[in-house]
Design a protein around this ligand. Structure first.
Ligand code: HEC
Ligand code: HEC
Length: 410
């Protein structure tokens, strides 16, 4: 909330921050903004009603649940903001585990050794037994996923399905290694969220997955309900059941559903209304190199949004998302042994490079400490990005710097 107070105190600065040009007299002109509150602001030109909705959702996103609010029985963190602080990356992470074959990559056919699923749930309320790594003879691969930023996700939800299908078809026709696949997913929520955004019902298939590191979820309300349930033990009308746990508990200290439908929708709307952090004016040389090295083949600079997306500012625009929403194989070193819907162990959604300068570590598990390291780690055996990394390596020192500066300007 303190962040929002700051926003109210600085309206001129934010108005001046529209787009990439700086207005005359902009006190932030030329300053690279790192780690400040500009990650957590509503869309430029938001109406008073949108700002009010944003504030409600922001407060819920930051709200720290307690036992009496329905937290648990098992949980990982007690607030969304615990893993998406200021709508940006981390600090919280999720530990995953999978039973794998001897190659360490292929998921074992029998995952029965993990009866409570693939996620470690290290905290509990009321003395419940947490889910930890089981004792087993089988090979367990443990991996980490760091909470990604959630800003700019309204732009991502608004992108037209036809655009993602077009890019997938263009990649299939390239004839080189780059061949991203759509993760076709099922809608798991028991109810739709806000029906003005989509009319999916439980069991609908063949939806385009967009959210999560493996693009396993199609909409922001579905993701919100999934995160409440999986990360926090908060049930809702969309996900009314507590997840399986060692004590067989089916409820917690708050009987029944822990939050109402509008809470889920308010949090989803907050994320829909989050602006893309202000971008520094792009350096033309860096931008050209980004395209020449084929980074832009996967990190597609912009995709057209649906004309009927209910947030007018996001409808029928070129959304500068720097992703194709497609799954790519970057090699076995990044594999986590997990399959999500149709995504395999080695598959990752192209990371949207929105506001990437606000991160201090990169890739799904944060293993890269610099942008350069993140690029070089795209290059495992058989990686679809191998030629792109080779093109990056072949650049002069200055040109590599210009390309990285461009990425840091996004
Ligand atoms: C314990 C840490 C944790 C908590 C708590 C948490 N998240 Fe996340 N969040 C993650 C991780 C890790 C991912 C990536 C998940 C994946 O790959 O499936 C993620 C992904 C997301 C995404 C998808 C972003 C993208 O780039 O596709 C959204 C949206 C999101 N979370 C919203 C929420 C909301 C809303 C809450 C609270 C209801 C929440 N999260 C709570 C860790 C967390
Ligand atoms: C074949 C598709 C593909 C190509 C080509 C590609 N990337 Fe990526 N990129 C990905 C995928 C997939 C990820 C996510 C990997 C993960 O999370 O483990 C990613 C992640 C990143 C990240 C980390 C972002 C974050 O938030 O953690 C950066 C930075 C990045 N790419 C920059 C580049 C640059 C610069 C180039 C060109 C030299 C490039 N990529 C070429 C697919 C690609």
């Amino acid at each position: 909330m303190s962040r929002f107070a700051l926003f109210l105190a600085l309206p001129l600065v934010f108005n001046a921050g529209c787009g990439s040009e700086s207005a005359p007299g902009d006190p932030l002109a030329g300053i690279t903004l790192i780690g400040d509150d500009l990650t957590d602001i509503p869309l430029h030109g938001a109406s008073p009603e949108q700002v009010a909705r944003f504030k409600d959702g922001d407060a819920l996103f930051d709200f720290v649940f307690r036992e009496r609010d329905g937290l648990g029985p098992l949980y990982i963190r007690a607030a969304c903001a615990g893993c998406h602080d200021g709508a940006a990356r981390g600090p919280g992470a999720v530990q995953k585990m999978a039973l794998v074959e001897d190659d360490g990559v292929t998921p074992a056919a029998d995952q029965g050794g993990l009866p409570y699923g693939h996620t470690l749930r290290p905290y509990a309320v009321g003395g419940a037994t947490t889910v930890s790594q089981p004792e087993t003879e089988a090979t367990i691969k443990v991996s980490k996923r760091l909470g990604p930023p959630v800003f700019g996700r309204g732009y991502m939800e608004a992108v037209d399905d036809a655009e993602i299908e077009r890019v997938a078809a263009e990649q299939a026709a390239r004839g080189d290694a780059i061949r991203g696949r759509i993760n076709r997913v099922v809608f798991h929520s028991k109810k739709s969220g806000d029906e003005s955004f989509h009319a999916f019902v439980e069991g609908d298939e063949n939806l385009i997955g967009r959210f999560g590191f493996k693009a396993r979820v199609a909409t922001l309300d579905d993701f919100t309900a999934d995160a409440y349930q999986g990360d926090m033990g908060i049930t809702s009308p969309l996900r009314p059941d507590e997840l399986p746990n060692p004590d067989g508990l089916t409820d917690d200290a708050k009987p029944g559903e822990d939050v109402v439908l509008d809470t889920v929708n308010a949090v989803a709307d907050y994320m829909r209304l989050l602006e893309i952090p202000r971008r520094a004016p792009a350096d033309a040389r860096g931008q050209a190199l980004f395209a020449e090295a084929d980074c832009a083949a996967c990190h597609v600079p912009s995709l057209r949004t649906r004309a009927d997306y209910p947030i007018a500012q996001l409808a029928d625009i070129d959304a500068p998302v720097y992703t194709d929403f497609l799954l790519h194989d970057l090699g076995p070193d990044l594999a986590d042994g997990l399959a999500d819907e149709s995504a395999s162990s080695v598959a990752w959604r192209t990371a949207p490079l929105i506001g990437v300068r606000h991160s201090t570590s990169y890739l799904h598990d944060g293993r890269a400490r610099t942008i350069e390291q993140a690029i070089l780690l795209h290059d495992g055996p058989g990686s679809e990005a191998a030629a792109s990394v080779a093109a990056f390596r072949a650049l002069s020192y200055e040109d590599r710097g210009a390309l990285i500066d461009f990425v840091r300007s996004l």
